[in-house]
Design a protein around this ligand. Structure first.
Ligand SMILES: [Mg+2]
Length: 265
């Protein structure tokens, strides 16, 4: 790990920023986030925004960031569907995918040159994601493909997704658990945090070593864990789900603790 005493916050070549809780909270920009990002850009740093949520398009995140005052290109957003697409393009698991997932995931995989199929006999890979209109027939087709030996991947590990107000709804990880139980197999690759895959595709695309990058995020169990697994230094911000009490109780500590992303500048 990088010793913060030897490397300063602005000394990294690439900055990977978590979105919710770090850059914005819902529809509200974290005060100063725009200036911090502008400062990094002016210094010629590489920038990427990451999110596990597989039901939005990179274009939509870029539009939201731009609307909130951080001009962003869609190619700078690596959400879990983009990370899965980049991973599958390199992994050579096959071109014919049976996808449980919504339009953003399907579009992203089509963009990668993959063919989508509903036929378990044709499917070389079963790609599982968050699908709010999944049916018994969909799940059963995925199971049959897995029983026939198709590879088994997923966009993100989250079993639920928290909604504003405290409710939690089913997310990708629950469908993965169901198919693991039914097939007796384990998912082989999960693109989203805390799997290091998401950072690996970014640093490889940038041509940077993990040690040259800083991950900024608000969640110990995903952002900090991701940094640890990928060998990327982590700056924890206290604007999201982690406060000083939770941080003190944690067995692992980030490389930097910032009150807010604004402190990056
Ligand atoms: Mg977050």
């Amino acid at each position: 790990m990088i010793d913060p005493r030897t490397r300063l916050l602005h000394d990294y070549a690439g900055y990977i920023l978590d979105l919710d809780g770090t850059v914005y909270l819902g529809e509200r920009l974290i005060p100063g986030a725009d200036r911090a990002v502008a400062r990094l850009r002016a210094a010629g740093k590489r920038l990427a925004y990451i999110s596990n949520k597989p039901i939005g398009r990179a274009e939509e995140y870029a539009a939201k960031l731009s609307r909130l005052g951080i001009p962003t290109e869609a190619t700078e957003v690596i959400n879990s569907p983009v990370a899965l697409r980049l991973y599958l393009q390199e992994a050579g698991m096959g071109r014919r995918l049976l996808v449980l997932g919504e339009a953003p995931v399907r579009e992203e995989l089509l963009r990668g040159g993959f063919a989508l199929t509903d036929d378990p006999e044709q499917a070389e890979v079963v790609a599982v994601s968050w699908d709010r209109s999944v049916t018994y027939a969909d799940l059963n087709r995925a199971l049959q493909a897995l029983r026939r030996g198709a590879r088994f991947v997923a966009t993100n590990p989250d079993v639920t997704c928290p909604l504003p107000g405290g409710e939690e709804v089913l997310d990708t990880g629950s469908f993965v658990a169901l198919l693991e139980a039914a097939s007796g197999r384990r998912v082989e690759a999960v693109a989203g945090k805390p799997s290091p895959l998401m950072l690996e595709v970014i640093t490889r695309e940038w041509g940077l070593a993990p040690g040259e990058c800083l991950l900024v995020g608000d969640r110990l169990e995903t952002d900090l864990e991701l940094g640890r697994r990928a060998g990327v230094a982590v700056a924890l911000v206290l604007t999201g789900v982690t406060d000083r009490r939770r941080l003190a109780a944690s067995g692992v500590q980030p490389d930097y603790v910032l009150e807010s992303i604004a402190d990056l500048a």
